[in-house]
Ligand binder design. Structure first.
Ligand code: NDP
Length: 344
């Protein structure tokens, strides 16, 4: 089978070439694990879909973070969904998992992954719930939007919530969950197509295109802000800080404008945090693991009630994973970026 491993750490943007000169290597003809290599506690999973996340760029840096960096030569870490094709003997007897089960877990950029079953979670699929949702709304994406809004942003009905990166996976859910909570949402995204989708299909009333030459003026017209859900960082965050209301909360979810840039543009407006007695707080979704069920139940209820627009951008084939990652930094996705591995 094939897999993608880390070849060298990029200094700025990822180099997508897979010919042995880029950031990653495509390894073909990796032997399938033999039966005696699948130990008790392990399963072999055929990977069906992998998630492409901006955070992956950070996992390539040899710096202190919330997870260790991916090692040189190791398969690229990625969340995935797939089906169990083989189980160790003891696992078969225990009967918790069966061959054919759909599961979600850290499956990496692999066509097949050998993983400890304790790191897998069985997933339920039905007419309303696609397996890909477990990498998006029913996975880390949904959890991030939910806890960033409720626990960090402490949103209240009627408040003005600004979401940057609003047409992306986390951003588009954050907009919708805030709206369903009764907030006035201001969505910021790049380009007319994404803005049209947010306005006409997602139903967000105030949508601003940051690539529009009039953006700064239009941004000032929205008035003052109670909650910022920031996915972008840099000058976009700075603009939001300039417009904080007294007691505002700024949830620092991500800073995609800074991930490829070792010396990002500095913030100028942070003194407004003082004058407006506002709070700025970073968060990592993993810290909510013991409460994931709360968000998952609420989001699943909204999905079944047809209240969420869950858009996905699909690429096809393992060799497209790297292009998917590079594409996130070029705005190539609307909604969740995913790669289908193997045949459809
Ligand atoms: P997205 O689907 O939002 O994908 C990236 C999008 O970001 C692009 O489509 C593009 O949209 C936008 N973008 C890229 N570069 C820039 C730039 N320089 N300036 C402005 N916008 C840019 O990814 P996710 O939804 O998966 O992640 C969103 C954010 O949330 C990321 O920062 C990520 O790191 C963070 N995150 C944080 C977590 C946590 O626990 N704190 C967990 C998960 C994600 P456009 O065309 O509009 O520019």
């Amino acid at each position: 089978y094939s897999r993608i491993t880390l070849r060298e750490r990029p200094r700025a943007a990822v180099d997508p070439k897979l010919d042995g000169s880029g950031t990653f290597s495509l390894e073909r003809e990796v032997p399938m694990p033999r039966d005696d290599e699948v130990q008790d506690g392990e399963a072999v999973v055929k990977v069906e879909w992998v998630s492409i996340d901006p955070a992956m760029r950070g996992w390539l840096n040899p710096t202190r973070s919330y997870v260790p960096p991916v090692a040189i030569g190791a398969p690229m870490r990625a969340a995935g969904v797939g089906r169990i094709v083989r189980l160790a003997k003891g696992e078969k007897a225990a009967g918790k998992f069966q061959v054919g089960d759909w599961v979600v877990g850290t499956l990496d950029w692999n066509e097949y992954s050998k993983v400890p079953v304790k790191e897998l979670q069985k997933i339920q699929i039905d007419k309303d719930i696609s397996p890909t949702y477990y990498l998006g709304a029913l996975g880390m994406t949904g959890q991030t939007a939910y806890w960033g809004l409720h626990d960090v942003g402490k949103i209240k009905s009627g408040e003005t919530v600004v979401v940057s990166g609003a047409a992306g996976a986390v951003g588009s859910l954050a907009c919708q969950l805030a709206k369903l909570h009764g907030c006035r949402v201001v969505a910021i995204a790049g380009g007319p197509d994404k803005c049209r989708w947010l306005r006409d299909e997602v139903g967000i009333e105030t949508v601003l295109d940051y690539k529009d030459k009039d953006f700064k003026n239009k941004f000032r017209e929205i008035g003052y802000i109670d909650v910022v859900f920031d996915n972008v960082g840099g000058s976009m965050l700075d603009m939001c800080l300039a417009r904080l209301k007294k007691g505002a909360r700024v949830a620092l979810c991500g800073a995609i404008s800074a991930y490829n840039d070792p010396s990002p543009e500095g913030l100028k407006m942070y003194l407004n945090l003082i004058s407006q007695r506002a709070k700025i707080e970073g968060f990592i979704v993993f810290d909510y693991a013991d409460r994931y069920h709360i968000a998952a139940e609420e989001i699943a209820r909204h999905i079944r009630a047809g209240k969420l627009q869950l858009r996905e951008t699909h690429l096809h084939g393992l060799d497209q994973c790297v292009n998917g990652l590079v594409g996130l930094f070029e705005g190539a996705n609307t909604g969740k970026m995913l790669v289908k591995i193997g045949d459809d």
